[in-house]
Design a protein around this ligand. Structure first.
Ligand SMILES: [Cu+2]
Length: 185
């Protein structure tokens, strides 16, 4: 199962490199602002001052602590995310479909040397991929952290949704770096 997922990711990245961003606007880095369009289904960025509570997330190699989360419908949660592992990890709120597509995008970041096992090449991340698009990882529903880094995401959840929090660094989701996120249940 792990191999199939990985191979599919590699194949898609190699074959579809020039089209990947254009064909999947939902996931194009920096091209959407979360909370609009597709974002309605998953919620959107919230204000820290409006957060109902704070949840701490520790990222390890390759799992989260805690491994599952439940939130009330309409709740705004402030996530404090810490990378306590030795590899680069992501905390990304989305549907399983969004994660699958984002894994292909991240595979492309690896192919282009933007993403290394234990560091992010910020210079390469700003590289123009054509048409002014870059591989900058600035979607509001995710943070990508080097070992030892921490960051915060404030997220306003919809009334109900079928979500997962996941790390889409190649191989990590398949290794179990994904947790269920129950909304309004
Ligand atoms: Cu990871």
């Amino acid at each position: 199962m792990m191999k199939n997922h990985l191979l599919r990711g590699v194949g898609a990245a190699l074959l579809a490199t020039p089209l990947l961003f254009a064909g999947q606007p939902v996931l194009a880095a920096g091209s959407h602002s979360g909370g609009h369009g597709h974002g309605e289904a998953i919620g959107g960025p919230g204000e820290a001052a409006q957060a109902d509570r704070t949840v701490e997330i520790a990222m390890h190699d390759n799992y989260y602590e805690p491994e599952r989360l439940s939130v009330a419908g309409g709740e705004t949660v402030r996530f404090l995310v810490r990378n306590e592992g030795s590899l680069v990890h992501e905390f990304n709120i989305g549907t399983a479909t969004m994660h699958a597509a984002h894994q292909e995008e991240m595979m492309m970041m690896v192919e282009h040397g933007v993403l290394e096992a234990d560091r992010i090449n910020h210079e390469r991340m700003k590289m123009d991929m054509g048409g002014g698009r870059t591989m900058e990882h600035d979607d509001p529903n995710s943070v990508l952290l080097e070992p030892g880094e921490s960051a915060e995401i404030v997220w306003r959840f919809p009334q109900s949704a079928d979500l997962e929090f996941a790390c889409n660094v190649p191989g990590h989701y398949e290794a179990g770096m994904v947790g269920s996120l129950e909304v309004g249940q």
